[in-house]
Write a new protein. Structure first.
Length: 488
């Protein structure tokens, strides 16, 4: 009689304890569902199972696919080991797991519990733990899939960055090759001119010494001074004759020099014709001097003209090199802030210099720049990359023959740049995809399909502008609109 109340209280307390534990298990399912990563899910389960179910050690195994499948690569497994309230997450392959970890009957996930309890698990305990395991598995699997998607997205972004960088390097390589060619020509002219100038100066000094030894009158000295000025002036504007007329005139001058008794007439004939002199003018010139002095005057006059001509060639080569270097600095915006006031006309002109090796006689370039065009706030070097892509594509489309037009003007709050060519045009079905990544109308191996996509990103995303294309056979026009005021 006396034991009945005690047993009743014990049973009631045991029932409340079980209810409390089962409520905690249900609550655990919600906490698991709120976790944001696999590590957090493992920590939650480790802490709660320790106190709710008196489980101190456990292992959870989940496979990405069927571990018994033979027609696919070995699946990856996630293993979470829990011990005394903490959890460790490991990603491995099934071959690295112990045979005990590979669950029986081909099941692809399981929760192993290792513990000593005062009482065995009841059927209700097993059902509640199974429910928790189900929540746990679905959450782990979902987070795993999300992680794989993030990894795939990250890999895609990294690959796209690498391809974009590769496209930039390819463009830089083409520009560098073109610039090497452009710099080589004036450099060779300047170097060759300097070597020839050494010989010409020595010859001029000998002629000047011989002329000084001659007994010349004041009038003759004044005439020599006039001839020096004439040689300098004509060196800046040499005679331009067609090859046939030049050959006939050189033969005429050479015959006159031979009749006059001047040695090596063939050496002087070409120089005198370049000065724009004919046999009649030479006859009038030497008539002012004694016959013995006439060859010295001819030699002095010709040597001085040659020296001035070589100096002009060297100066022209040096100026061309300076122009190219200036264009390179302007194109790259060297030593300047990334965002700054940009004159798109300067960028277009610098880009033409960079691509001048491709602009041969077959392509006619016309410029239509608005004089009062305002500057815009933008990334100058990246806008130059846009001009490079558009102009380079236009040159390639015309295959060395056609007309290229660059036009700039203001339209309300926009600066507009138009790049037009007379190539075969873009097919209508390709126009809609022309700015898509990896899409190209070029032959295989000639383009990556990223140039216009990069240009679209620079114009639209970085500058808040617009880029479009209108095309038909014989007339293709890309239009770029950039806001005058900086876009946030």
């Amino acid at each position: 009689m006396n034991d009945h109340p005690t047993n009743a209280r014990s049973s009631s307390q045991d029932l409340l304890s079980k209810v409390s534990r089962y409520e905690a298990l249900f609550e655990l399912a919600g906490v698991i569902n709120a976790a944001s990563d696999i590590e957090s899910v493992g920590e939650v389960l480790a802490r709660r199972l320790k106190y709710i179910a008196d489980v101190y050690s456990w292992r959870y195994v989940c496979f990405d696919g069927d571990p018994e499948a033979t027609e696919r690569p070995e699946p990856i497994a996630i293993v979470i080991d829990g011990y005394r309230g903490s959890a460790d997450v490991m990603r491995t392959v099934p071959a690295a797991l112990s045979s005990f970890a590979l669950v029986e009957a081909g099941r692809t996930q399981a929760l192993y519990l290792f513990c000593k309890r005062r009482q065995p698990f009841t059927d209700l305990d097993v059902k509640c733990l199974s429910m928790v395991c189900g929540f746990f598995h679905r959450k782990v699997h979902m987070l795993w899939e999300q992680q794989k998607l993030r990894d795939l997205e990250q890999a895609y972004l990294q690959q796209e960055v690498m391809l974009r960088q590769s496209e930039r390097l390819a463009t830089l390589g083409r520009l560098s090759a073109g610039m090497a060619h452009e710099l080589n020509n004036p450099t060779a002219v300047a170097r060759q001119g300097a070597e020839q100038l050494r010989t010409s100066i020595a010859r001029l000094e000998r002629a000047q010494f011989a002329l000084g030894a001659a007994d010349l009158s004041n009038e003759q000295h004044d005439l020599i001074a006039e001839l020096e000025k004439e040689a300098e002036a004509r060196a800046k504007k040499p005679s331009s004759l067609d090859p046939v007329a030049r050959s006939d005139l050189e033969q005429e001058v050479e015959d006159w020099l031979d009749r006059t008794g001047i040695e090596d007439p063939w050496e002087h004939a070409s120089t005198l014709v370049s000065m724009g002199l004919c046999a009649t003018e030479l006859e009038d010139l030497v008539g002012n001097f004694d016959p013995a002095v006439a060859p010295v005057v001819i030699d002095y006059f010709g040597s001085q003209f040659t020296a001035y001509t070589l100096l002009e060639e060297i100066g022209h080569g040096a100026r061309r090199i300076a122009e190219i270097v200036k264009a390179l600095k302007g194109y790259s915006y060297m030593d300047q802030a990334p965002i700054q006031p940009v004159d798109v006309r300067e960028g277009l002109s610098d880009t033409l210099v960079m691509l001048s090796s491709k602009l041969r006689d077959g392509i006619n370039v016309s410029l239509d720049y608005a004089e009062d065009l305002p500057r815009i706030q933008g990334y100058g070097s990246e806008l130059n990359q846009v001009w490079t892509n558009l102009i380079d594509n236009a040159i390639g489309a015309m295959d060395g023959k056609g007309a290229l037009e660059l036009k700039t003007y203001q339209d309300d709050d926009w600066v507009v740049v138009e790049v037009s060519d007379t190539g075969p045009g873009i097919p209508a079905e390709a126009s809609e995809k022309i700015f898509d990544p990896f899409f190209t109308t070029k032959a295989p191996g000639e383009g990556t399909g990223l140039g216009l996509n990069i240009s679209h990103g620079i114009v639209v995303e970085k500058h808040g502008g617009q880029i479009s294309v209108q095309s038909k056979p014989g007339a293709t026009r890309f239009t770029v609109k950039l806001p005058i005021t900086e876009q946030s």
